[in-house]
Structures are given as structure tokens and as C-alpha cells.
Design a protein around this ligand. Sequence first.
Ligand code: NAD
Ligand code: TYD
Length: 352
Amino acid sequence: MTYKNIVITGGAGFIGSHVVRRFVKQYPDTMIWNLDKLTYAGNLENLKDIDQSPNYRFIKADITDAALMDQLFETHQFDGVIHLAAESHVDRSISHPMEFVMTNVVGTVNLLNAARKIWNGHFENKLFYHVSTDEVYGELGDEGKFLETTPYSPNSPYSASKASSDHFVRAYHHTYGLPIKISNCSNNYGANHFPEKLIPLMINNIMNKKPLPVYGKGENVRDWLFVEDHATAIDAIFHRGNIGETFNIGGNNEWKNIDLVRLLCRVMDTKLGRSEGESEQLITFVGDRAGHDFRYAIDSGKLMRELGWQPSVTFEQGLEKTVDWYLANQEWLGHVTSGAYKAYYDNMYTNR
Ligand code: NAD
Ligand code: TYD
């Protein structure tokens, strides 16, 4: 199926920018509209290599503005939606939950309403694809993995807001027949990741010889996926997944935080010509995150079996590409860590 006008919300953010790039390059006959508010996490620098493409346009807009969403859907006649815009950081959701309700829940419902209005029951060749997280399933103990059938049990304000948005998307399919798809992905890493999240924060701090703040004992486990592989999974599901279905996406790549931080230290010591073990001395155990989920792990068997998706890189390859990107793009890091980032960092990590 081909689409004329796909709107990608949150396209200036970390994952969104990789999805925009993939779609702009892969589908030259489709207009790709990047709709983004440009919060602290959105950065058009992420797209400077493709922003002159004839099939790319940027719209600065806030998804919490219902009237504006209606107007934009009407004006541009979007026939495909890939919805990534969100407040995405768990620690921020603990200090400012209401922003998560507004963007993640209200913003999602505004988009569903706008799509429903202009599609007006004519749902052939239309699609609303909602990008979500594995965190909606809650936390795992030492064993097991999340399946598409795992009951929702979100624990943080962030995951509760994403779970709520998933429920609304599903309900619009069930109630109004809106053609939807949902994917729930594990932790991503790669280029253009804002340095408030574990991997880019550690890379930035190792580069600058700053303390490496590991929450609690560092024993929590996350399942890491290279961001470009998330983009290929979204492409596969968007074009070939069945309407109304959910797909889990993951890298089958679980790491305890402390082991991952130590690995990053080793990789970067080699790249920076530092002596063995030098950066590990920066590791500092700090107070734990409130309600910190112990373990996430995704079973992406359905996606692999039904759509033939496979990750393209091993973790070692992906991490090396990521570290190389940050070392080569210190100007980008300098821009995003100036101003408000410093206040955020001081507030989050001083006296933790
Ligand atoms: P991000 O924080 O890097 O980017 C979010 C983008 O949304 C930014 O460009 C921001 O400007 C935009 N945005 C925020 N509020 C907006 C609003 N009100 N109106 C319009 N635009 C707004 O996030 P990310 O890590 O790229 O995550 C993208 C999506 O993927 C989110 O929905 C997130 O829940 C989901 N997800 C993320 C991960 C991960 O590991 N990062 C894993 C699974 C799922
Ligand atoms: P994060 O990148 O915030 O992703 P999420 O909480 O959505 O999984 O954190 C990944 C893990 O790293 C999580 O267990 C919390 C931990 N963490 C630290 O130990 N120190 C830090 O400074 C950060 C940001 C995270």
C-alpha cells in the first residue's frame, strides 16, 4: 500500500529522527511531514542531512492543541500517522507527571480525533500507527520476557501515561473501526540520543571525566536495541503488519546497568587512548530511582516470524557506532547540553 502524506509526530526527537530519515529515503513518492513541538528533546539538527529532500516538510506544532491538530489534518490530508511525540524520560515523569498526561495521553487522543474526523469512516488506505514502550508491561523478575499478551501493569508516571495512550488507540479501533497498529519496544540506543538517558549520559560524562551516576546497586536490567533497527521494525510493521495488532520489538540483548557502564568505560578508554580501568574509577553509586523497575526483556518472536524482521547489528557493533558518533559530534552534544540541561542535571544529580 502506498501513502501520499505520512505525518510523523516527534520526528525531531531521538527515535523519530531515525524514522523520518528512513521514510524520506525509502519512500521518495510519499510526502513525509515531521510534526514536532521542539521541546528540549527535539532538535532539527538531527535531520540536517535530509531536510532539503523534496519529500520532507517540517511543521512546528504542539499535539496538545486539539484545534490545531484538526486544522493540520484537514489542510494536509494525512493518510498515514506514525505517532512518536511524547515526554519520554522516566525521571522527569517522577518530578513532573502532569506534562506526561498532557502530551502522552491528551495529545494522543487529539491525534486520534483529528484522524477520525478527516477519514470520516473511509478507512481504506489509512493508518494510525502508535509507537509505544515495553515499560507498559511493568517489571519482570529474573525470568521470563514480555509477550504481546502480557497484561499491562505500568509502574511509573511515564509508563502509566504510555499505557493510557495505548488503551485509547486500541479503543478507537474497537469502537470506531479506526485502522491502527501499536508497537512496544525495549530501550533504544544510538546517535542523537539526548544525554539524560543512561547510555548517552555515560558517554558524555566519560568524555568529560565527570562522575558516572549509577542508580542503586546497578543491578537493574534493560534490553537494548540499536535505534536504526527500531526504525526498520516500524517500517515493516507500518507497511506489512495486520491492522489492529500489536508487535513487540526488542534486541534480545539484556544488560545489567553496572555491566553496561563498565563496558562503555572499556570501549571509551581504548578510543580515547586512556589507560585501562581509568574511566571505571568515575563510577559513583547514587540514590535509587523511586519505584525503579527491576528488569525489562522483550520477546520479539511474533515480529520475526510474521514479518521476517531481524536486528542488523550486534550490541558490540551498535555500541561502537554510537560511541564513534558521539566522539565525532561533540558540537551536537555541546548544543544540547547548554542552557536548560545544566539546570536539569544539577537538580537531578546533586545530593542524590
Ligand atoms: P524523545 O524525548 O527523544 O523525543 C520526543 C519528541 O517529541 C521530541 O522531538 C519532542 O520535541 C516531541 N514532543 C514532545 N512533546 C510534544 C508535543 N506536545 N507536541 C509535539 N511534539 C512533542 O523521545 P524518543 O526516545 O525518541 O521516543 C519516541 C517515542 O518512542 C516515544 O513515544 C517513546 O515513548 C517511545 N519509545 C522510546 C524508547 C526509548 O528507548 N527511547 C523505547 C520505546 C519506545
Ligand atoms: P533510562 O535510560 O532512563 O531508561 P529507562 O528508565 O526508560 O529504562 O535508564 C536506563 C537504566 O539506567 C534504568 O535502570 C535507570 C538507570 N540509570 C542510571 O543508573 N543512572 C542514570 O544516570 C540514568 C539516567 C539511568
